[in-house]
Write a protein that binds this ligand. Structure first.
Ligand code: HEC
Length: 221
């Protein structure tokens, strides 16, 4: 019983000093009973990390990583004079607001661009527009009516309109989505070059389909 009062007093002081001042503001270093993840073992950006050969803490994404967010060209980010290309290349529109008629030279049209386009089309478009662009992708069985991209003889295609679409318009549709907003834009997932590659591939599908249709027509005559 002799010690009860002093022990009780010490306990009250300890508990009140730990619990009683929670939420108060102080300039002093806080007393951390639980660290609450205030301090973590991590590397800050632009610092050194000896784990890697080049000793940089900042790492580039692994090649082939699917980028989410704006599709910046990473190779460009580290150049002394990054190139952001012309307005026509980035938007499919000329300075005066008119549509770019043909795929700009900067996209350097060749077979490797065509392969890129085929691959990206297969990943991003074929589920809706179908492998051959006829608008009969898997999704079309579930109530969505994707445009027929390849066959202009088929009614209701955007190719059928009085002025057939320019390359810039197709690029714009891929970037920003369809006018009605049913198809969403993909500019956050595809770089401008990849979008032009898809335009090139769509054009190839169109001439393939129209050739095939011509042959069928002449054979049936
Ligand atoms: C989620 C399904 C879906 C995906 C993925 C998709 N589309 Fe579409 N797309 C549609 C639908 C649906 C329409 C018709 C939209 C409308 O009626 O407004 C359309 C319309 C279009 C049009 C005509 C635009 C317009 O304003 O009329 C083009 C060109 C087109 N798509 C190209 C593409 C290309 C190229 C890709 C791949 C990069 C793609 N789409 C990916 C569903 C899709």
């Amino acid at each position: 019983m002799r010690f009860f009062i002093p022990i009780f007093f010490v306990l009250v002081v300890t508990i009140v000093s730990i619990m009683g001042f929670r939420g108060d503001f102080t300039e002093n270093t806080p007393l951390e009973v639980f660290p609450d993840m205030d301090r973590q073992a991590k590397f800050k950006s632009q610092t050194q990390n000896n784990l890697f050969g080049d000793k940089k803490a900042d790492r580039l994404p692994v090649p082939g990583t699917a980028i989410r967010g704006t599709a910046v060209e990473l190779s460009n980010v580290f150049l002394e004079k990054p190139s952001f290309h012309t307005l026509a290349f980035r938007t499919g529109k000329n300075e005066d607001g008119s549509w770019v008629q043909q795929i700009p030279d900067e996209a350097s049209v060749d077979m490797s661009l065509m392969r890129l386009g085929k691959e990206r089309y297969g990943i991003h478009c074929s589920v809706c527009h179908g492998e051959y662009g006829n608008g009969q992708g898997v999704i079309s069985q579930f109530g969505l009516a994707p445009r027929n991209l390849s066959d202009s003889s088929n009614s209701g295609t955007y190719l059928e309109s009085a002025a057939p679409w320019s390359d810039g318009q197709i690029f714009h549709a891929i970037s920003m989505g369809s006018a009605s907003g049913i198809m969403l834009g993909l500019k956050d997932k595809l770089s401008p070059k990849e979008r032009w590659a898809i335009v090139l591939y769509v054009r190839a599908l169109q001439s393939y389909v129209s050739n095939a249709t011509d042959q069928t027509l002449s054979a049936s005559k």
